[in-house]
Design a protein around this ligand. Structure first.
Ligand code: UDX
Length: 427
């Protein structure tokens, strides 16, 4: 099939490369000339295992990038994969996606054959019918050959290519048998592996994405709430969670309690669905609590640290800046509130991450950054472990080099040992 993918960010680039690997002819369209050039040179604009290999294999053959929408009417299906950032009130900003939707419509104004436009971006159910579909139709001069569908994406950062190629499920949100069949055809290689398919309408498809992320984020917040109670009782939350994970209805996944969830999806999506619910005059109590517990975890770590060190005069090493290991992404990383709260207390901060120092330097230019965990720890009065990088598990004499060896672990990555005052956040 011939496919066009509008937007070459995290999701857009990954799906364009993977569609080419499925055997489709793909045109990736982005307004940013640098991104287009990078893709055409076989370079991935984001760092994801396997992505660059796919680009190198398929660029110049089944995949090309461009700034022009000319390929849209020539293609069978167009995917919209443009970011939906948060407004100040938590609702999603549809500005860039709306503009791309209108431009896609305009490119299709004169097309006679039926054309399917699929929204890949995460958008709330009402925004499909109230904003995006009207934008496409207006751009297209109400050409009724266009159909709009929704195909939410569940890939995770760090395993984007593998997740896309082997998903747990495929959600196909369309308004007609024809549109559904088109999407089944696009995903034929995935369907051959007997991946379950949920065929539904576009709005339900979009709600499935929010429900999925809201459920996982709330699961971690519930585990953190229970974990905080365990800590108050002097118990180990991991022992408790390992046991409840044996109940098939709970499952052992996403039970790691600690400093909480971050990244580009969970915080944005939970806030967006809360804001969209409030628009309907519904106040979602559990989701609000999930956010509140998540906001509380960095402060709880500092309270534990404060029970051993006076933070006003202390030098504290913040270990881990990325929102999770194996990425340099700091979006909504728990390290951000951690640094903010330490700054409020007048603490001297020295921060370290194996790959995410540069983006954090843009966010906090005035704190000190160390080039290794050992350098960060040397002479420090305490440390907070914010990201579960493997290399923190092997810290040993580096911990002895602290002025006062106090470790508050937010990811259960450092082993407690003699000579060190060790506090697990929920254990
Ligand atoms: C998530 C969803 O998993 C994915 O389906 C969706 O498409 C995008 O959002 P991602 O943001 O890449 O993916 O990260 P994920 O690996 O799910 O972790 C999210 C956050 O939860 C991280 O900050 C992680 O540290 C935290 N987490 C995860 C926990 O604190 N405990 C856990 O048990 C699991």
């Amino acid at each position: 099939m011939q496919l066009t993918v509008i937007g070459s960010g995290y999701v857009g680039t990954t799906i364009a490369a993977c569609f080419a690997a499925f055997g489709h002819e793909v045109t990736a369209i982005d307004i940013d000339e640098e991104i287009v050039e990078a893709i055409n040179n076989g370079q991935a604009p984001i760092s994801e295992p396997g992505l660059e290999d796919l680009l190198e294999t398929h660029v110049g053959n089944r995949l090309e990038a461009t700034t022009s929408y000319d390929a849209v009417p020539e293609s069978d299906v167009t995917f919209l994969a443009i970011g939906t950032p948060s407004n100040d009130d938590g609702s999603i900003d549809l500005g860039a996606l709306g503009a791309a939707a209108e431009a896609t419509g305009a490119a299709l104004a004169d097309k006679d054959e039926r054309h399917l436009v699929v929204i890949k971006s995460t958008v709330t159910p009402p925004s499909i019918t109230d904003v995006l579909e009207p934008a496409i139709r207006e751009g297209a001069d109400n050409n009724d050959a266009i159909e709009v569908g929704m195909n939410p994406e569940f890939l995770r950062e760090g395993s984007a290519v593998a997740d896309f190629q082997n998903p747990d499920k495929l959600v196909v949100g369309t308004n007609s048998e024809w549109a559904s069949q088109r999407l089944h055809d696009v995903f034929e290689p995935v369907l051959e592996t007997e991946t379950p398919v949920v065929d539904t309408d576009p709005q339900t498809a979009s709600m499935i994405k929010y429900a999925n992320n809201a459920f996982l984020a709330s699961k971690i917040s519930l585990v953190n709430d229970l974990g905080n109670i365990c800590k108050e009782f002097g118990l180990d939350a991991y022992e408790v969670m390992d046991a409840i994970g044996l109940d098939n209805r709970i499952s052992e996944q996403f039970l790691r309690s600690g400093v909480g969830w971050g990244g580009s999806c969970f915080p944005k999506d939970v806030n967006a669905i809360i804001a969209a619910a409030r628009e309907e005059a519904y106040d979602p109590a559990v989701l609000k609590a999930a956010v509140e517990i998540n906001d509380r975890q960095p402060e709880r770590m500092l309270e534990l640290l404060e029970s051993h060190v006076d933070l006003e005069d202390a030098r504290i090493a913040v270990l881990g800046l990325a929102f999770k290991p194996r990425t340099d992404d700091i979006r909504n990383s728990r390290a951000i509130p951690m640094i903010e709260r330490l700054k409020e207390r007048g603490t001297e901060i020295v921060a370290y991450d194996p790959v995410a120092i540069e983006p954090m330097q843009e966010r906090f230019p005035n704190i000190e950054y160390a080039s290794s965990a050992a350098d960060a720890l040397a002479g420090a009065d305490g440390t907070v472990i914010v990201t579960g990088w493997d290399e923190f598990a092997t810290l040993d004499e580096e911990l002895d080099a602290m002025a006062t060896p106090v470790v508050v672990d937010g990811r259960r990555i450092v082993d407690p040992r003699p000579r060190i005052t060790y506090e697990g956040l929920t254990w």
